[in-house]
Design a protein around this ligand. Structure first.
Ligand code: HEM
Length: 250
């Protein structure tokens, strides 16, 4: 039996003009940090990125304090040895495990780094949808999948054998996943009045991971739109120029 398609969700960042919701990105980071970060790295993201325009936009003071909570391996020092020091905004999130083997040993399977996961995952849309998607700008297959995965821990159907050390998930290809259900209601305390539910956590952390995978999305869409306007104007100018130059020639 195949894996069902993730339902298409509403995202603030979908479509040609969609942008990120800052409060949602900040909540999503909280979920990443308090839940996912015990297993999953974020090794392409630097602390300072969390303060840049188009992202969660934490303040400089918040980022300096956050970075200092992490221990970063640096060196070699004067004695030729590596040493740990508190993080600075320019550091990246340190790895969770020393290497892949240790990560796999602790979890049955190595949890993938989440920096690019929102762009790295998708699913088969099939003809003709994959062609129409170009026109409707449906670019949130990855987020739809992550949200479905996080909310997709259901009872296995009658007679489905779930091997020891694995879990049944409705949306994971093959349904047998090494990650246990990571989220439960009330697990993360939000400072705003967003609901403390699995569905909301999944949405927020997915939005955060989408930003991590494409931190310049807002800028890209803005510039892309300006370029389209320019090209239309330029095409018109060329057209009338051509008319004028050639108006005496049949
Ligand atoms: C796999 C997200 C928490 C362990 C994954 C995948 C995603 C993900 C997107 C990839 C699935 C795929 O390959 O298509 C998250 C998020 C979390 C979270 C957003 C927090 C809300 C955790 C925690 C653990 C964990 C707390 C460990 C206790 C794993 C493992 C895999 C995995 C072992 C590999 C599963 C496999 O390939 O069978 N996670 N995860 N995750 N995660 Fe998590």
């Amino acid at each position: 039996e195949g894996t069902p398609h993730p339902p298409q969700e509403e995202w603030s960042f979908s479509g040609p003009f969609g942008g990120f919701d800052r409060a949602q990105l900040q909540r999503g980071f909280k979920v990443y940090r308090e839940v996912c970060a015990s297993c999953h790295g974020l090794n392409r993201v630097a602390f300072r990125n969390l303060g840049e325009p188009g992202g969660p936009e934490f303040s400089e003071a918040q980022i300096t304090a956050l970075a200092a909570e992490y221990q970063i391996t640096d060196g070699p020092g004067e004695d030729g040895e590596m040493f740990d020091r508190p993080g600075r905004p320019s550091d990246r999130f340190p790895p969770i495990y020393p290497n892949e083997q240790a990560a796999a040993a602790a979890n049955g399977k190595a949890p993938p780094d989440l920096s690019l996961i929102a762009k790295a995952r998708t699913y088969e849309r099939g003809f003709p949808l994959f062609i129409l998607d170009i026109f409707t700008q449906y670019q949130t297959q990855g987020p739809d999948y992550i949200h479905a995965l996080l909310t997709g821990y259901t009872e296995p159907p009658q007679g489905f054998e779930v091997p020891a050390g694995t879990h049944y998930n409705a949306y994971f290809p093959g349904h047998v996943i090494a990650m246990a259900k990571p989220l439960s209601d009330g697990q993360v305390t939000y400072d705003d009045n967003a609901p403390a539910t699995v569905d909301q956590y999944a949405r927020d952390v997915t939005a955060f991971l989408m930003w991590a995978a494409e931190p310049h999305m807002e800028q890209r869409k803005r510039i892309g739109f300006q370029v389209m306007i320019f090209l239309i104007g330029f095409a018109l100018l060329l057209y009338f120029t051509k008319k004028k130059i050639w108006h005496e020639v049949e």
